[in-house]
Design a binder for this molecule. Sequence first.
Ligand code: FB9
Length: 488
Amino acid sequence: MAEEAILGYLENHEEIADSGEFAATRGIDHNDVVNVIKSLHGFRYIEAQDIKREAWVLTDEGKKYTAEGSPEVQLFLAVPPEGSISKDELQKMFDPSVFKIGCSQAGKNKWVEMGKQVSRKVQHVEDKVKDLLLRIQDGQAIDKDGINALKARKLIVSQTWKGYSLRKGPNYAPKRKKVATDLTRENLQRGDWKELEFKEYNFNAKGQPAEAGHLHPLLKVRKQLKDIFLQMGFEEMPTNNFVESSFWNFDALFQPQQHPARDSHDTFFLKAPSTTRTLPEDYVERVKCVHESGGYGSRGYGYEWKREEANKNLLRTHTTAVSSRMLYVLAQKPFAPKKYFSIDRVFRNEAVDRTHLAEFHQIEGLVCDRGLTLGDLIGVLHDFFSRLGMSKLRFKPAYNPYTEPSMEIFSYHEGLGKWVEIGNSGMFRPEMLLPMGLPEDVRVIAWGLSLERPTMILYGIDNIRDLFGHKVDLDLIKRNPVCRIGIN
Ligand code: FB9
């Protein structure tokens, strides 16, 4: 309808001066006319020039006054021509806002004497406000004072009206021609390609989003951290066993069997299979001894170590369980220095909150060599974290059952303007390394951090459930930006 009206009108006329008037005189919705104008303009059937007009339109309250009269006139007419009426009586006759505005305006106009009793001061009044509003509604112009008075009472607002003036375009035709968007095999066979008109390429059109796979932010950050370790000459440890024995997860690390972390409130123990099948018996014997009576210069813990405790299967609480397995294997052959890393899931039976779940991905690095010192650990930490964009580090003495000394690692976060804990570190104890069979002068420096913390900070995610777990919004996975960890 709108398309035929526009193309038909332009066949015999130079221009359509105003699309708004054109639509109104034909009873067509102006929005429909605008949509057709945009389409015809796209195919160059018409040329369109923008028209903008500031028009005054009535607010809902303004429309109410045109129907019911202004509050001041309503109030005046409710006061008897002779005598008076009590204000309370008068108030019961009106909606509170109408009464309030009516009293104020009628008083201002000196139409009534306002007291406990209300009486008229004039015989007759005109509802000029209503008259002005009706004239605006009919599209008539009114003077500036009138506009300002109505605007002040929020009875009218200014509205920008957008329309077009139209003329024939280079591709004008009284009827739209069907344009081809594809050259088909049939067009060539029939030969009708010669008469076809093709739609112009829209080089500004955005491409279709490629439906492809999307990497999870955690995996993207894991890849960047893996690259950092590989660039530093570290080898990845095999972490493909979530189930671990208490022996490798705790006992081999010289973590005593009565340590609170070994309680079921902190650790997920398995019901089936509840116990591990095989352990290296000679090594187990040495671990038992070092826990009970020490050795290698250590006093041990002096408690009765129980095999059944060590046999309990659990979900590993840290990837340091993998480190202990790897160091034991290293100790079974002629010693050669090694640099290992691991990045994988660990499980802790702890209270969950906005930033902690019962599992997280631990990142762990270790260097095993003769004569390593705490200074070497500090140096490696500076090298590693500077590749993450964190070069301002501080270290705080800490405690881990399996490292001595131990240090918490802090980095100064420019954005937050404060020191942020970014990990933990230490030197594995002799009571852990020597029962494995490593040479006496071999030292192991190690450190750990989580994958979730840096990922949440890099991607601006403040609730871990938006990053990991069954409630993750897959659209976040699809549309998350590329985030590169800072490299100095
Ligand atoms: O990741 C942690 N914080 C962090 C790391 C990086 C980071 O980068 C941002 C881009 C700037 C920001 C923050 N932390 C360790 C510190 C805290 O978040 C802490 O509250 C949470 N910790 C986890 C354990 O909590 C249950 C993070 C996790 C952690 C802690 C210690 C180790 C590993 C992970 C370890 C170890 C270790 C020690 C000695 C020898 C071997 C391993």
